[in-house]
Design a protein around this ligand. Structure first.
Ligand SMILES: [Zn+2]
Length: 246
């Protein structure tokens, strides 16, 4: 059984008979991370893949471990959170954008240019490269979650509905976003469940990320501390959603 995300039908499951055989004509077009033109028929219980023609195999992603890791996470989210058999044009277009953007990344060069020289001397180039990759990773993750309906509240406190001013606030997954400090203390949220202090710069970065495409959002620079803050929150928000929603 293969899970396929399609433009017309959303996420579907099809049976690819004999797909594992190396001689199978369908095999090339039904590979993981591949954009294909497919045909299927509705059988009695399942859909059966009858034809698959590879349009783009994204070799640039396949050949680089870091790139395939980003895509792998995105595909996993899609598998977990996208609705079965519901076409989603926005999601479809976003996926094409991710694949194209990740494939065309020039990992080594762009990374060293966009980060500080001091940092590179202090922590070694591997870590610097790793940082930029994490930003890309985070960017697509938050956008993907947003398109799937889990966009975090970043402008108004979900509890008191007042505008979030640049002061101390907290990211509370169960409240769906950033909560002001007054509500945080008034509701004693510290004692109940998951919460994180979120930095003003991290909120600003998220606002840009969720309103711009990668070409623009990728240029936003913010400090190491805010980056680390955002990575921690990203990881935890994702685990929270995975545990509580799927
Ligand atoms: Zn509030």
């Amino acid at each position: 059984m293969l899970t396929v995300f399609t433009e017309q039908f959303g996420k579907i499951e099809v049976i690819g008979k004999g797909i594992r055989k190396i001689t199978s004509k369908l095999r090339a077009g039904a590979d993981v991370f591949c954009l294909s033109e497919i045909e299927f028929v509705q059988g009695k219980n399942h859909k059966i893949l009858t034809d698959a023609l590879a349009i783009d195999k994204f070799d640039g992603i396949r050949q680089e471990f870091e790139k395939s890791q980003i895509i792998y996470k995105i595909v996993e989210l899609l598998d977990q959170f996208a609705n079965q058999e519901a076409a989603d044009e926005k999601l479809w277009r976003f996926l094409l954008q991710i694949f194209e953007a990740v494939e065309s990344l020039e990992i080594r060069n762009s990374l060293l240019n966009s980060e500080g020289i001091t940092a590179s001397k202090a922590s070694g180039s591997w870590q610097i490269e790793n940082c930029k990759l994490k930003i890309i990773d985070c960017y697509f993750l938050w956008n993907m979650l947003s398109i799937l309906g889990y966009s975090p509240e970043l402008y108004k406190c979900p509890l008191c509905d007042s505008k979030l001013l640049p002061e101390t606030f907290f990211f509370v997954p169960s409240e769906g976003g950033v909560v002001c400090w007054q509500c945080f203390s008034a509701n004693d949220l510290k004692k109940s469940g998951l919460w994180f202090p979120i930095k003003v710069d991290a909120v600003k970065a998220l606002r840009v990320w969720l309103s711009q495409d990668w070409a623009t959002a990728g240029k936003v620079s913010f400090g190491q501390e805010a980056q680390q803050n955002l990575w921690d929150i990203s990881k935890n928000y994702l685990s929270f959603l995975q545990e509580n929603i799927s």
